[in-house]
Design a protein around this ligand. Structure first.
Ligand code: CR6
Length: 818
């Protein structure tokens, strides 16, 4: 089943689009215009399938999942849409014939960077899998005017530049003003009796905005299914009738205009960190309220009994960010649909399911009740009532146990605790990797697990092979298809069929040749974008992910400093040349990028080590360059402090592209090693049990290591003796101090960097020994690909469907098929 592609028709369509959009011919148009024209031509192919899919859903009145997420890190759409329509190669050919280079055209598209990191990208992978598997699904999020900032590196520092991704227009989106909804903030709640004597609650003297949806197509692979990502924009209620307002209302009109402008202005660039800003809560309620209103309106088109809403809709809450969903749904069901509390609660608690993505304390969302009740007065009343009833339950179940109430109540200490709200009102709570779910059950959410064991389940994350292999690594994708056929594209478990080739020396050579080509491609990218020359024959050792203390980029760079010392002391050291590649955006203020860049500067310019060590910080790491980076990696650095990384998904993308994991027993690394075998990865460091034990005991003494390990001491002293910052030797004193000294409530070496240092250095040695054995390495790398099947987001989605969402697959027929 595929799209019937007519090359001449497509070429004509591109030329026509250039004419209609820009009054230009192909020769006259610039690259951006060509990108737009090609995108509209591809959108044209999508459109029939999109219409057919939505018609089918309506006709069959399907049960639907709404994936509620503040973040969708979609990346570029054009290439992925062509891949999933199965017309990538056809279009490439057609464009070739027109004298146009598809790679250049794809490069014109800005990434849709509506997310920070793993959580947002996971949402994007899930949408891809849902469409490919043929499940009715919507993503609901926010159409931020500015997505994740663009990163520039100046003088070693990260500079954040606004990402005006909509500047040239977004060719794939469709504005749907006819499905707009009002969302209200502030004011007060008036209670009155209706004609039946029942209490009615209305919000008065509020400020409001109009939520206007933009639809983005989510194309399934080769199956005619096109689902929808709805991203909400905010418009003022009364831009057009300002004149009609009297003096009193004028002020309010301006306020509402500003509210609309501000609310969707920018994505908060925090990964795994909660900042508690009022505007953030506004964003959350804004998209949640609009999305629920839309779902209910859609439901009512084909169903009459709102008491059965949960039979047709399930809301998956991507972390606590959209948790206000439970209270907003209660509000709408009661205040607007006329249900009583029990009826509304019955629906809500069968509708909402919550995914936890972290155990990091600083990521836990807690809103001061002052703020929450001021912004959402009616919703707050409902949260209070949920809390009151739940605390009653706790008192019955655990009489006299104040500690349970303190830990489990939804409102406590003047704060609304969003995770508790999600767990109390949700019917499912899941972690994102086996180890993570175990930690939730045994530690972080122990009390809830004891009370509601049936709600808890694990869903190990996954990634879409369509983007991260088929699109990102075409050479390897073709090679795999040549060996085992192309079933892997929609069923990644087929990769295991590659196992029969791992000892075949010809296959090994082919495989390593592809890796080499991909390393050349990355080397070229690095040269063009960073001006650094790297040796494609060196080991590409890569750590790309958000900059975060718990992810321990610091451990990595300290080890590079150590290696450099070794090489200087012993120039004949028999180790392969290595290139350490970093890529990461930081929350403002985290200075580690400066250290990495300064170390890079010193090492890369030292002729004494004869190019055997290079360090590169790739500027503006994002989905589009990630695809190039994963394909070229030899070693995948997954070195978070055990217990801290809930899952990780980059780890899976590296594995799928044939890199060996050098990592801790954390997150999904545990399952990666289980799949590929201990010989085909290198594991080091404290276990999560050990970390948790140390934490409970108040830490460990890093001074002991400082005193006894000369190599570690040398590296640490280099942080404060100007070795990596001649003009300001004090530059890295903070880092030095944080590793050795307690500071107020903060333990020295909070993330056990020095504790794990030796084990990490040994792990690197072990990895290099493996690399020296060419055939052994090729075999291990191939086994990583062959064993990556489990980590497809298709598998993850099938588990969500089976255990939580209970959806049926849908078939979509389109008339232009082959
Ligand atoms: N930062 C986890 O830290 C996980 C993703 C997706 C994270 C990461 O280990 O793979 O979610 N958590 O589940 C949060 O964002 C809160 C992440 O991306």
């Amino acid at each position: 089943m595929g799209v019937k592609f007519d090359k001449d028709e497509f070429k004509k369509s591109v030329a026509d689009n250039l004419k209609v959009l820009y009054r230009k011919t192909v020769d006259e148009a610039d690259k951006q215009q060509i990108f737009q024209a090609v995108s509209y031509s591809v959108k044209d192919i999508i459109m029939d399938r999109w219409l057919a899919t939505q018609k089918t859903y309506e006709k069959e009145d399907v049960r639907t999942v709404v994936y509620m997420s503040m973040e969708f890190l979609m990346g570029r759409a054009l290439g992925n849409n062509m891949i999933n329509l199965t017309v990538y190669k056809d279009i490439k050919e057609a464009l070739d014939e027109m004298g146009l280079d598809l790679n250049v055209i794809e490069d014109q598209e800005p990434d849709a960077a509506l997310g920070n990191g793993g959580l947002g990208r996971l949402a994007a992978c899930f949408l891809d899998s849902l469409a490919t598997l043929g499940y009715p699904a919507y993503g609901c999020g926010i159409r931020y005017r500015y997505g994740m900032f663009k990163q520039q590196i100046k003088d070693g520092y990260q500079i954040e530049v606004p990402d005006n991704w909509l500047k040239d227009g977004n060719p794939f989106e469709i504005k749907r003003p006819e499905y707009s909804y009002e969302v209200k903030f502030g004011g007060y709640v008036r209670c009155y009796k209706d004609e039946d004597g029942r209490d009615k609650f209305v919000q008065e003297d509020y400020r409001s905005v109009i939520a206007v949806p933009y639809d983005m197509p989510v194309v399934g692979y080769g199956n005619n299914v096109v689902n929808t990502l709805i991203i909400w924009d905010a418009e003022p209620v009364n831009t057009f009738n300002l004149e009609s307002f009297n003096k009193g209302d004028y002020h309010k009109a301006i306020e509402q205009e500003n509210l609309a402008k501000n609310i969707v202005e920018v994505l908060y660039p925090n990964d795994n960190h909660y900042a508690g800003k009022e505007l953030r809560l506004k964003q959350q309620y804004f998209f949640v309220s609009a999305s629920i209103q839309r779902a209910i309106a859609k439901y009512k088109k084909t169903n009459s009994d709102i008491r059965k809403f949960h039979e047709k809709y399930v809301f998956q809450l991507n972390d606590t960010h959209p948790t206000v969903t439970v209270a907003e749904l209660m509000r709408i069901l009661m205040d607007e649909e006329g249900l009583n509390w029990e009826e509304a609660w019955e629906v809500t608690t069968h509708c909402c399911a919550y995914t936890n993505h972290t155990i990091m304390a600083e990521a836990l969302e807690k809103w001061p009740i002052e703020l929450f009740s001021r912004l959402l007065p009616r919703v707050y009343q409902i949260v209070e009532e949920i809390n009151r009833r739940f605390v009653e339950e706790l008192k019955v179940k655990y009489p006299g146990n104040q500690d349970k109430i303190r830990k489990m109540a939804v409102i406590y200490d003047g704060q609304v605790k969003m995770a508790n709200l999600a767990i109390v009102a949700g019917f499912s709570v899941n972690g994102v990797a086996k180890l993570h779910t175990e930690i939730l059950e045994k530690q972080e959410l122990k009390d809830f697990y004891e009370m509601f064991p049936e709600k808890f389940n694990n869903k190990t994350n996954g990634i879409t092979q369509r983007r991260f292999l088929l699109h990102g690594n075409p050479l390897l994708a073709d090679w795999i298809t040549g060996k085992i056929g192309d079933d892997w594209i929609t069923d990644l478990s087929h990769l295991s069929r590659l196992k029969v080739y791992v000892d075949d020396e010809k296959c090994q050579r082919e495989f390593m040749q592809i890796k080499y080509q991909n390393k050349l491609r990355l080397a070229k990218y690095i040269k063009e974008n960073n001006g650094v020359e790297v040796d494609p024959r060196s080991v590409f050792d890569v750590q790309v992910k958000r900059l975060h203390e718990y992810k321990r980029q610091l451990l990595n760079i300290l080890h590079v400093m150590y290696l450099y010392n070794q090489l200087k002391a012993n120039p004949d050291l028999d180790i392969p040349a290595q290139t350490f590649i970093f890529g990461a955006k930081a929350a403002a203020g985290y200075k580690i990028a400066k250290l990495i860049n300064n170390v890079a500067d010193v090492i890369n310019n030292d002729p004494a080590i004869k190019g055997r060590l290079k360090v590169v910080f790739i500027e503006n790491y994002r989905v589009s360059n990630a695809e190039i980076i994963f394909a070229a990696a030899d070693v995948s650095e997954q070195i978070s402090t055990a217990s801290k990384e809930a899952s990780g998904t980059g780890n899976m993308k590296f594995m799928l592209n044939g890199a060996l994991t050098l990592g801790t027993m954390d997150g999904a690394n545990v399952e990666i090693v289980q799949e590929v075998g201990e010989d085909n990865a290198v594991i080091f460091g404290l276990t999560s049990d050990e970390v948790i034990r140390y934490e409970n005991e108040g830490g460990y003494d890093p001074m002991e290591i400082f005193n006894n390990d000369q190599d570690v001491r040398t590296v640490l002293m280099q942080l404060i003796n100007g070795e990596y910052c001649r003009e300001n030797p004090e530059m890295f004193r903070d880092i030095y101090n944080s590793l050795l000294h307690n500071d107020g409530g903060r333990r020295a070496d909070t993330y056990f960097i020095l504790k794990d240092f030796r084990a990490y250095a040994d792990a690197h040695r072990k990895m290099l020994d493996k690399y020296k054995d060419e055939k052994g390495w090729a075999k291990s790398a191939m086994l990583n690909v062959a064993c990556a099947g489990k980590f497809s987001s298709d598998r993850t989605i099938e588990e969500y469907v089976r255990d939580i969402w209970k959806l049926d697959k849908v078939k979509v027929e389109v008339s232009d098929e082959d």
